[in-house]
Design a protein around this ligand. Structure first.
Ligand code: AMP
Length: 577
């Protein structure tokens, strides 16, 4: 079966997917479509996001669904709101020419009353997150008595997010006669257990053995102690210009710390984790999809909802405990026929963990040295030329009159000057900076006691210095006593409970000065009569800035600033964290 037209899918479905540009079924679709169309057994499918699994389970079910019945026949359970909306969108696209079929998404963080209202339209298909489905069952808004097909999508994720009891409750609400299809990226013990309890004699399929998944992904690891990790990360980013990447962290706090570090160093980065509100997560994902930011720092769970095909790099800032998560994270790059690079930062005491990942996944992870300042500059020069040679059109009228007399310089001298100008900031940053190339894996086993001891030691070491600025403390190598991250003026920066911190879209490149920021804040918060907003720390970076103001003025500032302009440019502020 090499073309969809060779399947038995109905013309309505073929027409809809044809319009979406689907011609040939993906590997998983080749396996599931004929199976679901012809077999009554349950199914366990090991497949990752990006393999086309949504179409793999929904197309054959849509082919068999009874459009004359107004009962719920097909239920998809998935871990996150983003995935829920994505699956719903896909199914609605596939049913474009099936006007009697209705699909409703039910998920947390959104009005339950609106969802109850749309359930009154009697959809045949429900896509939901477990918590909200339970709420709706309790309110008697869902009747699962006629369900034929139950899909547990990203089952491993749902279980690791603590939805086990909810899943069991929901499954018990559905008839025994249904067919259950479980999709999971990994086959954890919990997934095995739930399959054993709730699936009958399941057929098993697996798409892309681990070896196939990584064929076009190159894996490297770099040794960096806890104290040097962020500096190492900066060097890796600087030596890979033009990247579009996700940096995976283990905890929400680590995610925010790494993202703050990158933003404060002038990178177009942001954080995605569960401590952010749904609206904040949506905004970050949108910015990343639109490439307004090109580095996303995320936890494994939060990154689940994001579907992007063109990542150049995946960075494991911290190693996951489960080797399969390593494969899963890495598989976010190298999609759609492109090459990808996976980079792992390994602490010296993590040699055993690295060995375990290598042996379980059979991935060849090559050791590489953290780039020196010289390596960074070389890579940046190559990046400039790569970008230059990609420009094939004229964006503005150009004539020789725009260029001053340059006859005193040779062509090479001019290129040299332009590069020096372009890379000045980076070159100054790396001038006289220590290399981090001597970091080695420790031969000592990384047993828990050892790890905990190291963590304690790292923490103690960090207390007296700014750990984000590398071995010498701050950027200029001055004494770092009393200085904190993000404060360039030497004054200790304290997080004040009464202040709200904002991201501001203008920076040094827009000739923004502290005085301008003060004026802008005063103007945007002046509607409360004589009362002035207290202003805290202001940080002006290359492309954007951060400032703090008294909490009570937050809404006023956000409301006014968007209609103001600075030197003709639109202003945009968002709460930073
Ligand atoms: P999924 O794994 O379901 O998240 O799908 C990944 C992406 O592949 C989605 O953007 C789908 O629209 C797309 N897709 C799924 N099946 C096909 C196909 N047979 N041909 C082309 N694109 C597909």
């Amino acid at each position: 079966m090499n073309l969809f037209t060779e399947t038995n899918l109905s013309p309505d479905i073929l027409k809809a997917i044809g319009e979406l540009g689907y011609e040939s079924p993906t590997e998983i679709q080749k396996q599931t479509i004929p199976f679901i169309l012809s077999d009554i057994r349950d199914l366990i499918a090991l497949a990752q996001t990006g393999t086309g699994k949504t179409a793999a389970f929904s197309l054959p079910i849509l082919d068999m669904i009874d459009d004359t019945s107004r009962k719920i026949q097909f239920l998809v359970l998935c871990p996150t709101r983003e995935l829920c909306l994505q699956i719903t969108k896909d199914i609605k696209n596939y049913t474009k020419y099936m006007p009697s079929i209705k699909t409703t998404a039910v998920y947390g963080g959104s009005s339950i009353m609106d969802q109850i209202r749309s359930l009154k339209e009697k959809p045949q298909i429900i896509v939901g997150t477990p918590g909200r489905v339970i709420d709706l069952i309790n309110r008697k808004a869902l009747d699962f008595s006629a369900i034929h097909w139950l899909v547990l999508d990203e089952a491993d994720e749902m279980l690791s997010m603590g939805f086990k009891d909810d899943l069991e409750t929901i499954i018990k609400e559905t008839p025994d006669t249904k067919q259950t299809f479980l999709f999971s990226a990994t086959m954890s013990k919990e997934v095995e257990r739930i399959s054993k309890n709730y699936l009958t004699n399941p057929h098993r399929i697996s798409v892309g053995s681990i070896n196939e998944v990584k064929k076009n992904i190159k894996h490297f690891y770099y040794v960096a102690g806890y104290r040097h990790k962020k500096e190492a990360l900066k060097r890796l980013i600087d030596s890979n210009p033009n990247q579009y990447s996700i940096i995976f962290c283990r905890t929400r706090m680590e995610t925010q710390e790494v993202a703050d570090f990158l933003m404060q160093n002038g990178y177009a980065a942001d954080a995605l984790h569960g401590d952010l509100s749904q609206a904040q997560r949506d905004t970050v994902m949108k910015k990343f999809r639109l490439k307004n930011i090109d580095i996303l720092v995320a936890t494994d769970v939060a990154a689940r909802g994001l579907d992007v095909d063109s990542l150049t790099h995946v960075v494991h800032f911290s190693l996951p405990d489960d080797p399969e998560v390593f494969v899963h994270r890495s598989g976010r790059t190298g999609r759609a026929g492109k090459d990808g690079i996976s980079i792992a930062l390994i602490k010296p005491e993590e040699s055993r963990k690295l060995k375990q990942i290598k042996s379980v996944t059979k991935i060849d992870i090559t050791e590489a040295k953290i780039p020196t300042g010289e390596d960074v500059i070389k890579a940046q020069v190559a990046g400039v030329f790569e970008n230059l040679l990609e420009v094939h059109e004229d964006f503005f009228e150009f004539n020789d009159a725009l260029i001053p007399d340059l006859s005193a310089f040779t062509k090479e001298e001019l290129v040299h000057k332009l590069l020096q100008f372009q890379l000045k900031d980076l070159a100054l940053y790396y001038k006289d900076r220590h290399d981090l190339t001597d970091q080695k894996l420790s031969s000592r086993d990384d047993d828990r006691g050892g790890r905990d001891r190291d963590r304690g030691r790292d923490r103690d070491r960090d207390r007296g210095r700014d750990r984000d600025r590398g071995p010498r403390g701050d950027r200029d190598g001055r004494s770092d006593r009393g200085e904190r991250r993000g404060d360039r003026g030497g004054k200790p920066r304290q997080r004040d409970e009464n202040m709200t911190r904002f991201f501001f879209n203008l920076g040094k490149k827009d000739q923004l000065k502290k005085l301008d920021v003060l004026e802008i804040i005063n103007k945007a918060t002046s509607s409360k009569g004589n009362k002035r907003a207290e202003i805290g720390n202001i940080e002006i970076l290359e492309k954007f800035s951060f400032f703090e103001i008294e909490k009570g003025f937050k809404n006023e500032l956000l409301g006014n600033i968007q209609s103001m302009k600075f030197k003709g440019k639109d202003m945009r502020a968002e709460e930073a964290n």
